[in-house]
Design a binder for this molecule. Structure first.
Ligand code: A2P
Length: 274
């Protein structure tokens, strides 16, 4: 079964979950049920993905008790600001059909708009009211994390950032470790790009595993939380079957060498504007 990571507020999160970015709403309930049948107990969605209602329906129809499932959603950029955040949260919860949320994230810092501190104050209020168990952020650079902590005294439980073998985020992970913030990986498989890498292929064949399984196992051994997306039943099962083997220190070192200066796939949080 999937190990749990304890966040800085005491909340426990399964170290591997299902990402649902780009999962069409109409397919989502069936895929969520399939994931739950395959042992997934952690789902990562976002208001911007347009499938929160599908996630909620899948969970309900699965019959798996609500308190066994860890659910994350995220606040989209155009809803930042104190009052707007409270409204957007209620909308997401209405779509998900949930009373309480396990983890709410600010999707992007949008530093040029200057609203993320007020947004964070609304997150803190919602957590104090018991509507959210853990609060965190996504795509925050160390300077944004430090500003949140300085101005509110409340440290995010987790930061979800782009992280895969060609974009390993060493400095970002070191900053998280210093601040007591967990690292969660988005696009953990590099959106499929890393799957043909020869070093990873060799390591995978040595363990009788797939490249995807090696990448996810590497993230787990780094201490990260990982949320691979798949819309395919077999690949979903493959991605959760990574707790029955271990990468050696030498293999971890070889993967470390795959980090690349131009490895980023997504937007740069400092300049992202959408
Ligand atoms: P699919 O949904 O058809 O399985 P990421 O999570 O890094 O964004 O990667 C998601 C992409 O990787 C999707 O295109 C997904 O396709 C594909 N994918 C997910 N799991 C695997 C796997 N085990 N092997 C190969 N491709 C995978």
């Amino acid at each position: 079964s999937v190990p749990m990571i304890t966040l800085n507020d005491g909340t426990k999160i399964p170290q591997l979950g299902l990402g649902v970015w780009k999962m069409p709403e109409e397919e989502t309930p069936g895929l969520i049920m399939s994931a739950l049948n395959n042992g997934y107990r952690h789902i990562d969605t976002a208001a911007a993905y347009g499938n929160e209602a599908g996630v909620g329906r899948g969970i309900l129809e699965s019959g798996v008790p609500r308190d066994e499932i860890f659910i994350t959603t995220k606040l989209w950029n155009d809803r930042q600001g104190y009052d707007e955040t409270l409204r957007a949260f209620d909308e997401s919860m209405g779509k998900l059909g949930l009373e309480t949320l396990d983890l709410y994230l600010i999707h992007w810092p949008m530093p040029n708009r200057g609203h993320y501190v007020d947004t964070w104050k609304a997150f803190v209020k919602l957590q104090q009211e018991g509507r959210i168990r853990a609060i965190g952020v996504s795509n925050f650079l160390p300077e944004h994390l430090e500003r949140l902590i300085d101005e509110t005294g409340i440290t995010p439980a987790l930061n979800q950032v782009e992280l895969h073998p060609r974009f390993q985020q060493s400095a970002q992970r070191a900053a998280h470790a210093k601040l007591g913030i967990a690292t969660e990986c988005w696009s953990p498989l590099g959106q499929g790009e890393a799957l043909s890498n020869p070093v990873l292929t060799e390591i995978a064949s040595r363990h009788g595993k797939s490249v995807a399984q090696v990448i996810l196992r590497w993230q787990v051994q780094l201490g990260c939380i990982t949320i691979p997306k798949s819309s395919n039943h077999d690949r979903m099962r493959e991605n959760i079957t990574i707790f029955d083997f271990e990468l050696s220190d030498a293999e971890m070192a070889r993967i470390k060498d795959l980090d690349a200066a131009d490895g980023r796939i997504g937007s740069d949080p400092a300049t992202a504007d959408f």
